[in-house]
Design a protein around this ligand. Structure first.
Ligand code: UDP
Length: 327
């Protein structure tokens, strides 16, 4: 029995594929390479270059491979772009997933682990955030992910489909082997942008807002290592296959760091002064996002291995230093 990983050529997907293979699973990767990289796909995974909208191709894949479950990463994930091009996000994320789930139902594939996001919460009512807290996305990206969670819930009530949605907080870091890591074009995420300064690709890091109601005025986020996210996907799939009920779990370290603290840590890791310039707030940024991941710890038995920001940034730095232009 094989595991299908959609978006397995992307940042988090490629790390999950590697973890699955290291755990002795047979893996099939589906990716249209619109944002992913063929080089990021583990050589032991079978690769299909295709689009999840293509129902006939999905039927063929499900018939040709003995797929026991799906881990679904394939999606667009840039918050800013989702505000300018909402239909692109509805089309790829929501309608693409609709096509995938229809094919799963048609072909009797019962288990799906879905890549969701803390952006489903919007501005939190309190931190740390619990899965039962209000979900009111402040951007289109989060809205499409929440719509998919709901689609899976209603579909699971009517068909033999079981899901786990994993709401990631701030994914970061790279595989300790240094062979795979974060590569986005354009890059919009804080840690890789900071590391562009010591790489000589950027003069300074822009800090988006220093007038938030936090200890130093900059936004607080919960940074979670990509390999810890990978572990959670395998645990979630095993949980479903062992008869666990459909559910939603937060994945974070439970500790928040301000933008200034992240920059300071990167200065220590790289030994570079990394100049920072204060800029206006970025639209749609909540002041604080910190997860309670107690539910994933107690039900899935998840235990993040990287709980130290310096080590997390060190793994990112090792990757970027050796791959300054990505793959
Ligand atoms: N951020 C920043 N400068 C940048 C990129 C991001 O100050 O060049 C801030 C951003 O406003 C947020 C935090 O860093 O408070 C994390 O942003 P990122 O885009 O990495 O992740 P998000 O929290 O949006 O998922």
């Amino acid at each position: 029995m094989k595991i299908l990983v959609t978006g397995g050529a992307g940042y988090i997907g490629s790390h999950a594929v590697r973890a699955l293979i290291e755990a002795g699973r047979e893996v099939v990767v589906l990716d249209d390479l619109s944002t992913g990289f063929r080089e990021a796909v583990h050589p032991d995974a079978k690769f299909y270059n295709m689009d999840i909208h293509d129902g006939e191709a999905l039927d063929k894949l499900f018939r040709a491979e003995d797929i026991a479950g799906v881990i679904h990463f394939a999606a667009f994930s840039q918050v800013g772009e989702s505000m300018k091009k909402p239909l692109k996000y509805y089309d790829n994320n929501l309608s693409g997933t609709l096509s995938l789930i229809k094919a799963m139902v048609r072909n009797g594939v019962k288990y799906i682990v879905f890549s969701s996001t803390a952006a489903t919460y919007g501005e939190p009512e309190r931190v740390p955030i619990l899965e039962s807290d209000r979900t009111q996305p402040t951007n289109c990206y989060g809205e499409t992910k929440l719509a998919i969670e709901k689609m899976m819930k209603w579909t699971g009530g009517a068909h033999d489909l079981h899901y786990v949605a994993l709401r990631y907080f701030n994914a970061c870091g790279a595989h300790p082997s240094g062979e795979i890591g974060e590569a986005h074009d354009p890059e919009t995420h804080l840690i890789p942008l900071i590391l562009q300064v010591p790489l000589g690709k950027r003069e300074a890091i822009s800090v988006f807002g220093d007038d938030y109601p936090t200890k130093d005025g900059t936004c607080i986020r919960d940074y979670i290592h990509v390999c810890d996210l990978s572990d959670a996907h395998i645990l979630a799939l095993d949980y479903l296959m062992d008869g666990g009920g459909s559910d939603v779990f937060n994945l974070g370290n439970g500790e928040g760091f301000t933008v200034k603290e992240v920059i300071e840590t990167a200065r220590r890791v790289t030994g570079h002064p990394i100049p920072a310039e204060m800029c206006p707030r970025r639209a749609g940024d909540p002041a604080q996002l910190v997860a309670s991941s107690e539910k994933a710890r107690s039900i899935l038995g998840w235990k993040p291995r990287y709980n130290d920001l310096e080590t997390i940034i060190q793994t990112a730095w090792d990757w970027h230093r050796n791959h300054p232009n990505g793959y």
